[in-house]
Write a protein that binds this ligand. Structure first.
Ligand code: TYD
Ligand code: MG
Length: 492
């Protein structure tokens, strides 16, 4: 076995340095570097199951270089979890030997979701669904047909390691969710060595570690939840995944106080990273994929927290749009069609302006980038002569959704202008467009897809960037093409 190399690890940001320094050069924290022995693994010793299962990482076999067309892309078949929205985020299902990190605030529903995923994997419900044709699935979901009976042994073995709750607590939650399967094993354990032993003993296809911050390696002299423990435990389990073909799903808590080392530290070690977005006070949960070595886009999954666990939301429709009564929307409310992964979501941007203490105007935003709103306010001041310096400006996306793309700029600008003038836009007006510093409105990707979805949901009027007639006539929707911000504001 190779000799362990001594390095220094920052307890605050997790970066590794070759020598000790008083201040971490990466995050600037003082006195945060600690001695750290890089864990080494004996790659010459393949584990028993590694050879049989076709692990994705060929560390154990000592792979030879191949030409790109010699490599078989099909050697990593996915196991659909059967929870469509979760499969969507992963890119079709769990890849054998992959490592997935599921992060989110405490209480947002990580354990609930993963217990449900573990159950559908164990019972093979997902596999059964995946094998059904689209038509069959629609009929079954509508209650017009029976699901084809599937062999209960068609599921895969899943080991759910609960390091935060007792096995009994997990059982109680499972009972409430109506989960039972002889393929689903539960282990209440925090010692990573014993967890690895149990994985070797039970040889599951998928292991869930709930949560990574509570497990520890006994020979590492640091507390569970510290950066050192987090990295070492995660690396050990990822190595096991790569060599044995068992997929590992980690749960990581994101805490604002920062007393626990955050899941950010292990993001680069795992293959797929998904985060629960927003907060637990909204009924809807948005799970966003921020990194995926096995998927093409940054997909978003939608769920609703109910008494029986998380339910999938397959058609977001008007979910994030307030239904205003006959009076129409108030001033400062503008609809936009945002691209979330491969799906278009109709969202409502709301703005409010209120007079402020002179010289101390506040800008508070939620759901959009604060920097972007700052820029939009500056453009409104300079190019549209809107005086906002003495006003507090608040911008919010209704429903707890986060929209990061610049295509929402025009909707934010119109919402602020409408709030400032205290004049509502006509009901059902949608605005899409990126705003340039010169006040010009730039085109956005997939405009037609966005407009089609908006049309389906009954939007009758859209303000869009100038397209030189590239957009075909969409039945019933009036398009107002604009080149400059001032043109968009004229129509208000
Ligand atoms: P949980 O999955 O324990 O959160 P995490 O693992 O991310 O910390 O979710 C806890 C919350 O979800 C809890 O406040 C209760 C709620 N919940 C429901 O509303 N319905 C349910 O069926 C379950 C199991 C939980
Ligand atoms: Mg939990």
């Amino acid at each position: 076995m190779a000799k362990a190399r001594v390095q220094f690890l920052c307890n605050s940001c997790g970066s590794v340095h070759p020598k000790w320094m008083g201040k971490c050069p990466d995050c600037g924290t003082w006195d945060s570097l600690e001695e750290y022995k890089t864990p080494t693994f004996d790659a010459r010793k393949p584990t028993a199951s590694a050879v049989g299962r076709g692990a994705t990482g060929d560390f154990a076999r000592g792979a030879d270089a191949l030409t790109i067309d010699q490599i078989d892309a099909n050697d990593a078949p996915r196991t659909p979890t059967g929870i469509g929205e979760f499969d969507r985020i992963l890119g079709g299902g769990v890849v054998p030997g992959s490592a997935v990190l599921v992060g989110g605030e405490p209480g947002i529903g990580k354990s609930t979701l993963l217990l449900q995923v573990a159950s559908t994997l164990a019972t093979g419900a997902g596999v059964g669904e995946a094998l059904m044709s689209k038509r069959q699935r629609q009929l079954v979901r509508a209650g017009m047909s029976e699901a084809p009976s599937h062999d209960p042994t068609s599921g895969v073995r899943v080991l759910y390691v609960t390091s935060e709750e007792s096995a009994r607590q997990t059982k109680l939650r499972a009972a409430r969710l109506g989960i039972e399967s002889s393929n689903l094993l539960v282990l209440a354990e925090t010692n990573v060595e014993r967890i690895v032993n149990q994985i070797h003993k039970t040889n599951p296809a998928v292991v869930v570690i709930d949560s990574i911050q509570m497990i520890y390696k006994p020979d590492v002299p640091a507390a569970p939840g510290s950066v050192t423990q987090l990295r070492d435990c995660c690396m050990e389990l990822v190595y096991l995944a790569k060599t044995s073909g068992t997929a590992v799903v980690f749960v990581g808590h994101v805490t604002k106080a920062g007393t626990l080392a955050g899941p950010k530290i292990i993001e680069h070690i795992v293959d797929t990273v998904v985060y629960f977005e927003g907060d637990r006070f909204h009924a809807h949960r948005i799970v966003r994929c921020v990194k995926n070595r096995f998927g093409s886009t940054h997909e978003v999954g939608l769920f609703e927290m109910t008494g029986e666990g998380l339910k999938e939301v397959t058609d977001p429709g008007n979910l994030f749009v307030e239904q205003y009564g006959p009076g129409g929307p108030p001033s400062g409310s503008v609809l936009t069609a945002a691209l979330q992964g491969s799906r278009v979501m109709l969202v409502e941007v709301q703005a409010l302006t209120a007079s402020s203490v002179i010289g101390a105007a506040r800008r508070k935003v939620s759901g959009v980038s604060a920097d972007r709103v700052g820029m939009i306010i500056a453009v409104l001041e300079k190019r549209a002569e809107l005086r906002l310096a003495a006003d507090d400006v608040f911008v919010n996306v209704a429903g707890g959704v986060k929209v990061v793309e610049p295509a929402i700029d025009l909707a934010i600008a119109l919402a602020i202008a409408s709030a400032h003038a205290n004049r509502p836009l006509s009901a059902g007006t949608l605005a899409i467009g990126e705003l340039g510093l010169g006040g010009e409105i730039r085109s956005v990707p997939q405009l037609e897809v966005r407009l089609r979805e908006a049309g389906r949901l009954g939007v009758g009027h859209a303000i869009v960037p100038h397209t030189s007639g590239a957009i075909p006539k969409l039945g019933g929707m009036a398009l107002h093409e604009v080149r400059r911000l001032s043109q968009a504001l004229e129509g208000m």
